[in-house]
Write a protein that binds this ligand. Structure first.
Ligand code: FRU
Length: 456
């Protein structure tokens, strides 16, 4: 689908337009906000300057989808006012009408956001507060709550409320960023009045954009832990009784790439999945009417690895619906001359490969100018100026490489390591290669799929 803009110029087919990653039609975007599912529709709100590609004038932009891949941008949901511009936050479905705002049959969708005072001339001299907006028409239109703020200023630039329902106590819980590496938790029966329940939780190595959710522990039926993440994905794992979150281990890293920030997961998923989207911060889009892109939606799972808990992250299963022309090869020896990717010229790619390491010192992919290298001796995976430690499993590594026009995401060993990277296309470099250096290795299995653009 090509959409025609005001001057008859086609939007969504510009030279640097991502083909299956979310971007706005025009203007600046950053954090994903208010991720929520309601009645067959995924809602994606996002930090947005609709007026230009400059970082300013934050609104909540809005897009909808029925598969997390084909997004349709609709009217902006929340606009700046005399209390500030509209910073990041979250949304939930108020199933029990706890806020008493439901009119008619649709459940109320409730958004909690930060009014960033001082970021527009009308709000100078005021302080950052947490506010609510709601929708009675399944997310089409949004009204600011009359008795805002729902949580008054506490300290510094307190911001980015993320709300979750805690079923055992029948209360809502809000995680809020306070300052430095500090976060706090609040509790509410009705989303309108919040009580602080835990004033200080430190997630080492990160600030901003908390997310807080329960996860089943894979392969341990009946076991659940709570996960608290910060903007760059670093996370704590622990227990939560509705009043106190008790972390059980030090903060862990969740992405080893260059462009991964402001993570948030969907509320009210229909199937219990935990699907996370990040802003691919620092992406460059020279001469484009839009700036910045969001990561591929990914599914999180929680695993016990020895004494520790670890999140793994993999692309949502819906991505397979964009595949076409899949070719599969098995047992290909990799030595000096072989290049099992010599016959691949597609731009948009989903490549899965399992490699038996053998005697090679390095395994090197070149994906249209973007290099992915595995250093066998150091057990390190390198991609776009970033490195992740990656131990082989039974002498093998498994990689899933997702190449869009302006990005390369690498999922290693079933989501144990992920590198999320922006990568601009190189028009002079349209070939792919895979080789082993200083010895040989074996490609146990290689599956190459071309991906369809969501715009066609
Ligand atoms: C993170 C962040 C948030 C804030 C928003 C403003 O990228 O700084 O803390 O709410 O962006 O756009």
């Amino acid at each position: 689908m090509t959409i025609t803009g005001p001057e008859g110029v086609a939007v969504y087919d510009e030279a640097l337009r991502p083909q299956f990653h979310f971007t706005a039609k025009s203007g600046w975007i950053n954090d994903p906000n208010g991720l929520v599912y309601y009645k067959g529709v995924y809602h994606l709100f996002f930090q947005h300057n609709p007026a230009s590609t400059a970082v300013a004038n934050m609104h909540w932009g809005h897009a909808v989808s029925d598969d997390l891949l084909h997004w349709r941008q609709v009217d902006n949901a929340i606009a700046p006012d005399e209390f500030g511009t509209v910073y990041s936050g979250s949304a939930v479905v108020d199933h029990n009408n706890s806020a008493g705002l439901q009119k008619g049959n649709e459940k109320t969708l409730v958004a909690l956001y930060t009014a960033a005072a001082g970021r527009n001339p009308e709000s100078v001299g005021k302080k950052f507060t947490q506010r609510m907006a709601y929708s009675n028409d399944a997310g089409k239109t949004w009204t600011k709550y009359a008795n805002n703020p729902v949580l008054d200023y506490i300290m510094d630039e307190n911001r980015d409320p993320k709300v979750v329902w805690h079923a055992p106590t029948g209360r809502w819980v809000m995680a809020l960023y306070m300052t430095g590496e500090r976060y706090a938790l609040f509790s509410s029966p009705n989303l309108k009045k919040w009580e602080m329940i835990q004033p200080e939780i430190v997630i080492g190595g990160v600030g901003e954009c908390p997310d807080f959710f329960a996860m089943p522990v894979e392969d341990h039926p009946g076991e659940t832990r709570w996960v608290l993440t910060g903007a760059n994905g670093r996370y704590l794992v622990g227990t939560f009784d509705g009043r106190t979150f008790t972390p059980q281990q030090e903060a862990a890293k969740s992405d080893w790439g260059r462009n991964f920030y402001a993570v948030q997961t969907f509320s009210d998923m229909p199937d219990g999945r935990r699907v996370q989207i990040a802003w691919m911060n620092e992406s460059k889009f020279p001469d484009m009417p839009f700036s910045q892109q969001l990561s591929l939606p990914c599914e999180l799972t929680l695993h016990k690895e020895g004494e520790r808990f670890a999140l793994r992250r993999n692309p949502i299963r819906e991505l397979a619906s964009l595949r076409k022309n899949t070719t599969t090869k098995t047992n290909i020896p990799l030595d000096g001359a072989a290049n099992p990717l010599a016959d691949v010229f597609a731009e948009l790619l989903d490549i899965e490969v399992e490699i038996e390491l053998g005697t090679a010192k390095r395994i090197i992919f070149d994906l249209r100018g973007a290099a992915v290298t595995y250093d066998v001796e150091k057990s390190e995976l390198f991609c776009v100026q970033r490195t992740a430690d990656l131990g082989p499993i039974d002498g093998r590594i498994h990689l899933r490489l997702i190449r869009d026009r302006t990005s390369l995401e690498v999922f290693a060993n079933a989501g144990r390591r992920v590198l999320t990277n922006s990568a601009l296309p190189d028009p002079n470099h349209t070939t792919l290669s895979l080789k082993a250096e200083d010895g040989s290795a074996t490609v146990v299995k290689l599956a190459v799929s071309e991906l369809k653009s969501v715009w066609r």
